[in-house]
Write a protein that binds this ligand. Structure first.
Ligand code: SF4
Length: 433
């Protein structure tokens, strides 16, 4: 079967999106391509964001390929599934431009994973995959034909009579044995961005890789209940083969997209032996001083650590399950900074934290070289425990409800947002036409 895989050309004007707007490697589509090709399928992979192709041209390329199935993602790569833009206008525009020239149109991403019905209607897609997508898309291709969804679990579609059909629940990939990805040289050359790096300007291409997926915690604000939830660790030899290929292509910086990069001595020792710098996101309470030293020796130049609240009560309200106190967290952050040139402590605006104390703590750690952000408000993503505590299971209006709550409840926004975000209905005005 011929299958097109598409990361559309993202724009975020007016969005609440606070993730990075640079292109990143579409790992989910890379794995999908590897699995499809291993099964004998013919694949066209387009990253319109990285390749700077507009929506109409991307659709024309797909139409020329004449696939039996076209897969489009609704989030700008796995890295941002937990904090995706709520609006679906970009993938909807691509599907509109494709204009039924791409065979069965399947959407993958966090939106269809949590709210398949509204996602199908807004996108006018034929099917959505619920949960992690690589194995499900491969199964859809193997099942073949327009009714493949009825034979493949973790899919949803709308029948001719307008009824939503859901086959199974969200999928969690095995992940551990995903093959080493091989990206085209020209894609790697184009990838000049070093994600979340602040210690130095890029000295070569960057790339994203994945050593583990999921996280054993369930913080209330974390939108991963429907995907990337259960913790799994990838086979180290497969990961190192991918990293060595990237280094051979000239990559000088890696970003591990892992939800939680846990201390893993064999991986860190393997990185010590390689000429590469890298960035991670983690929980500082899970590290010991000797492992932080090894992390620095391995080439880590950027740590983003979720501290969230400076009080035991605040962390408990967020269900952080943090076993150490604020003083020890502070010491670990400062120790990390002795070995790694950029360390960020993420804070969230909580009622338990006194703004004056937060300000004093920020000054304290910044005096030791640790960056701490001005506490940001939470977006109650439908895939988060917080959403379900507030409103129950997500329904057809879940994204609009979360969006309206966010716009109404907060009068100041993340410091990377210059413009006030607008209502979801306005952002998606062209969806579903
Ligand atoms: S530790 Fe991080 S990844 Fe894990 S649930 Fe909490 S916020 Fe999410």
């Amino acid at each position: 079967m011929k299958i097109a895989l598409v990361n559309p050309p993202w724009t975020f004007d007016g969005s609440i999106y606070f993730g990075c707007r640079e292109p990143h490697l579409p790992l989910e589509l890379g794995y999908t391509r590897a699995m499809l090709e291993a099964a004998g399928h013919e694949v066209l992979l387009i990253d319109a964001h990285l390749q700077a192709i507009d929506s109409a041209d991307a659709a024309a390329l797909v139409a020329d390929f004449s696939p039996a199935m076209t897969v489009v993602t609704t989030a700008p790569t796995y890295l941002f599934w937990r904090c995706a833009q709520p609006e679906l206008r970009v993938p909807a525009a691509f599907i509109r431009d494709l204009n039924r020239r791409g065979g069965l149109v399947v959407a993958v991403g966090p939106h269809g994973s949590t709210t398949p019905g509204p996602t199908l209607r807004k996108l006018k897609a034929d099917a959505v995959v619920m949960g992690e997508c690589e194995e499900v898309v491969a199964a859809l291709a193997d099942a073949g034909g327009r009714s493949a969804m009825t034979r493949v679990a973790a899919t949803a579609w709308i029948d001719r009579d307008g009824t939503l059909r859901v086959n199974g629940t969200g999928h969690a990939s095995r992940f551990t044995d995903l093959p080493p990805l091989a990206w085209p040289d020209d894609w790697v050359r184009r990838h000049r961005h070093h994600h979340h790096r602040f210690d130095a300007a890029p000295d070569g291409p960057g790339a994203e890789v994945e050593a583990s997926r999921g996280c054993p915690y369930a913080c209330t604000f974390c939108a991963k209940l429907d995907f990337r939830d259960r913790y799994r660790r990838r086979d180290l030899n497969l990961l190192l083969a991918e990293i060595d290929r990237l280094i051979a292509q000239g990559v000088t910086y890696l970003y591990f997209i892992d939800e939680i990069f846990l201390p893993q001595k064999p991986l860190l020792e393997a990185l010590v032996a390689r000429d590469i710098r890298f960035g991670i996101q983690t929980r500082i309470d899970l590290w010991k001083p000797d492992m932080l030293a090894l992390l620095g020796r391995a080439g880590c130049v950027s740590i983003e650590a979720g501290v969230e609240s400076l009080t035991v009560a605040g962390r408990a309200a967020l269900d952080k399950r943090c076993r150490i106190g604020t003083d020890e967290l502070t010491r670990l952050l400062i120790t990390a900074r002795e070995h790694v040139p950029f360390v960020q402590a993420n804070l969230i605006g909580t009622p338990e934290d006194d703004p004056a104390e937060v300000s004093a703590w920020r000054d304290l750690v910044q005096g030791q070289g640790v960056w701490a952000n001005d506490p940001v408000p939470l977006y109650p993503y439908p895939a988060s425990p917080q959403y379900r505590q507030m409103w129950g299971l997500p329904d057809d209006h879940a994204w609009e409800r979360a969006h309206d709550h966010y716009l109404a409840a907060f009068d100041r926004f993340s410091d990377i947002q210059d413009e006030r975000p607008v209502a979801l209905a306005r952002l998606e005005a062209a969806c579903g036409r």
